[in-house]
Each structure stands twice: as C-alpha cells, then as structure tokens.
Design a protein around this ligand. Sequence first.
Ligand code: PGA
Length: 256
Amino acid sequence: MATPGIRPLVAGNWKMNGSLAMASALVGDIKARHQGGALPVDLLLCPPFPYLAPVGADLAGTAIALGGQDCHVKANGAHTGDVSAAMLADLGCRFTILGHSERRTDHRESSATVAAKAKAALDAGLTAIICVGETEAQRNAGEELKIVENQLIESIPSGANVRNAVVAYEPVWAIGTGKTPTVADVAAMHRHIRALLEQRVPGGGKMRILYGGSVKPGNAAELMGVAEVNGALVGGASLKAEDFWGIAEGAAKSAG
Ligand code: PGA
C-alpha cells in the first residue's frame, strides 16, 4: 500500500486536447467502466475550460469528479480571457490543477503566483492540485530535492491543509516523453515531500502526493505502489478511456 489510510486519486489532465465530440465519447466510456465496477480509487477529469459544462453534465450523479487546469488569482474583474476559481466551483468543479510545468513555462508563472492562485482556489472551496518538479538539467546536477522543496515552500499557500490541497510531483523531463524516474528516485522524492508536508502543513502526513509524467497502464501499478505515492496526474494516457482506466486499475492494486 502506497500510504496506509490514503485513498489514491487518479486525475486526467486533458491539457488543450479534444473536441466536444471526443469529450463526450471519452466520458461515456469512462463512466461505463466505472458503472461496471467502481475501483477503490478517486477519479478526476480536468478537461479544457470550454468543455467543463458538458463534461460536468455527463458526470452528474457519478462519483467521478470534475476539475479545471488553472484559475486566476482574483475572484472577478477586468482580466480578459481568464477564469476564476469561483466560476470553476459554479460549474461543479471540486479541484483545479495549479502550477503545472507547462504553465510555469508558457505563462512564466512563478511559485508566488501559483501560491496566490492556490489561495484563490481554496477561498472558492476548491481543492488545489499544486504541481512541482525539476528539469533534467537540475536532476543531472543533483539538485532535484532542493528545487522541489523550494518550489513547494513557495507554492503552498497559507490555509492549505490535508482536505483542500494535493501535491503533484511531475519531473519536467518525464512529461510527455515516455521517460520516468526509477522507482528508487520516485520513492526518494515522495519521502522528501512527505517530510516537508508533515512539518509545514496541517494534516500533511495524510495529504495526497501524486506522481505525474508518462504514467501508462504498463507502469501504473509499479509507480503507484511506491511508498508515499498516492495516485497519478495523467496527461496523454488520460485521452483514451482504456488507458486511463488501466492506470486506475494499477492504482487500485496499491489502495488500502
Ligand atoms: P503525461 O503528462 O502523462 O502526458 O506525461 C502528465 C502531465 O503533464 O500532467
């Protein structure tokens, strides 16, 4: 069991992929598998903003949660093109992903910005999935534990606790590349994150720490079985129901 007493969370991050038709087919397939035999795992789908309402409608009455991929730091106002946490909550979202490495890179989001967004998410009643992870150069330099530790310290807002926040460790070099760290490296990082959460966050000993980066059905059981890994943040493989479900089955093997 990855951490006794923590139910795994398997989250699909669709990124900027799909179409209305694809979203409907994908959710229909995942729902059918879920209704065919629910797993001892929490499931979450994070489609692009325009598909939140239809996906939310499709998920109504199921135990599969809906989440966003970002939110603005402010609750409302003159911020063209942005979406607030309250709007996500309004649409039935329970989670939002924050500080994904693609946003840290594409939109130059600093950890301070991520903390402000996470605070906005908590204030709106959402659970913030706070993403951290080192680059390949940082790992090669042996700096990964320190880099992730600093990102976490700067990205976790005041008010975060075991009920309203989740950490996702996503090595930047493993995202969408097919490469994953060794089980020993994942274990070392998750142990380090757990120790930090225990020190700094109320209930941090039981906060979920997800692993993300090239998770697939073929490696899910092994990665999800690592001590202190409490689920997965899944990109590419979340766009196919069979693969997403295969990962959830892998996580279920380590569920307590
Ligand atoms: P990947 O992406 O599963 O396609 O590697 C993970 C993520 O970016 O959340």
